[in-house]
Design a protein around this ligand. Structure first.
Ligand SMILES: Cc1cc2nc3c(=O)[nH]c(=O)nc-3n(C[C@H](O)[C@H](O)[C@H](O)COP(=O)(O)O)c2cc1C
Length: 324
């Protein structure tokens, strides 16, 4: 456990192997810099790829040592965004959802770490064969898009599949020190925080969206599916679905995907709800770990609390040298 944790710290150049999830339009430069400043590794959520937004977020990070993440199938439609990133010398670029082989080569040539977020052992093996430096194993509890396998069995499966050389980071359902300690016990070298960091002061999300995360008291108040993607005319390639908080809209349309697909008026209503931050209609993208989040906090405090809790569970064996 100790070696894997230390290995990832060294590779990322951080005090704690806690990675900010590259949440599209939520993880901006300010949040990424705050996570790095707290001793973790901040990653800007480049998402589908908006060059102007990306440049603004690099500026907002004020030169902090950070990474940037993309939705790979979307990035492949505008590969020049890799050049925009290289201009800003991020420490890492994270690829999620789709074949990143072409991009990994370019990124590594520029001396940038390639992080690949995967959802199956087969995807992990493929990413390692393509040159990934770090694998993120993302379980289905997580907020946002992913696949069906849960974190607790996925992480050790991926660790076994990739072997010792490439560190595996656990993602999906982790929001406190218990999740961190459990991830390390599963063989992970570190963790990714998505939903927990959405409910941070520095995240770009609307206050009402953050409040809904805090108010969520159980994972059953989230739902995995494609309704919200249908509603916003953004249907993803198979096998990806997404996890969001349940609301009036999801209850109304549950099991009626095809009907919604053809319902122009509902899509228009959904679009204006997004603009007006009406979260009984527009989805708040968040995972089951929302149930573990009780307040919106500064990113630094979130990192500190998680490390302190993890330390207490593991008897301070990781963050303090034991003198025998
Ligand atoms: C609001 C939100 C937006 C997300 N957007 C992206 C994204 O653009 N790209 C990506 O790779 N992952 C995205 N994710 C998934 C995260 O990378 C990560 O796997 C997930 O948040 C981990 O689970 P957790 O939410 O339980 O921490 C998003 C997650 C959330 C909550």
């Amino acid at each position: 456990m100790f070696e894997r944790y230390e290995q990832l710290k060294k590779i990322l150049g951080v005090d704690y192997p806690i990675l900010l999830a590259p949440m599209d339009l939520v993880a901006g430069g300010r949040l990424a810099a705050a996570v790095t400043d707290a001793g973790g590794f901040g990653i800007i959520g480049g998402g589908y790829g908006d060059e102007t937004w990306l440049r603004e977020q690099f500026a907002a990070a004020h030169g902090a040592r950070i990474g940037v993440g993309f939705i790979t199938w979307s990035l492949s439609r505008q590969p020049h965004l890799i050049d925009v990133c290289i201009e800003h010398s991020p420490a890492a670029i994270m690829f999620s959802f789709g074949d990143a082989s072409k991009h990994i080569e370019r990124v590594k040539k520029a001396g940038i770490l390639a992080i690949c977020q995967v959802q199956t052992a087969a995807m992990a093996r493929e990413a390692v064969s393509q040159g990934a430096d770090i694998i993120v194993a993302q379980g289905a509890e997580g907020g946002g898009h992913g696949v069906a396998c849960g974190t607790i069995s996925l992480v050790p499966t991926v660790v076994d599949a990739v072997g010792e050389k490439v560190p595996v980071v656990a993602a999906g359902g982790i929001a406190d020190g218990r999740g961190f300690a459990a991830s390390l016990a599963l063989g992970a070298s570190g963790i990714v925080l998505g939903t927990r960091m959405y409910a941070s002061e520095e995240a770009i999300g609307h206050d009402d969206a953050k409040r809904r995360i805090v108010e969520c008291t159980g994972g059953e108040q989230t739902i995995r599916g494609i309704l919200f993607d249908i509603a916003r005319d953004n249907v993803w390639p198979a096998p990806y679905t997404g996890r969001v908080l349940r609301n009036e809209f999801s209850e109304k349309w549950l099991g009626r995907d095809l009907e919604l697909f053809q319902h122009r008026a509902e899509k228009t209503r959904y679009s204006s709800a997004r603009e007006n931050h009406d979260y009984e209609t527009a989805a708040v993208i968040a995972g089951e770990s929302a149930a573990l989040i009780h307040e919106v906090s500064p990113a630094k405090l979130i990192v500190e609390n998680i490390v302190r809790e993890m330390d207490a569970i593991l008897g301070y064996s990781l963050t303090r040298k034991i003198v025998r």
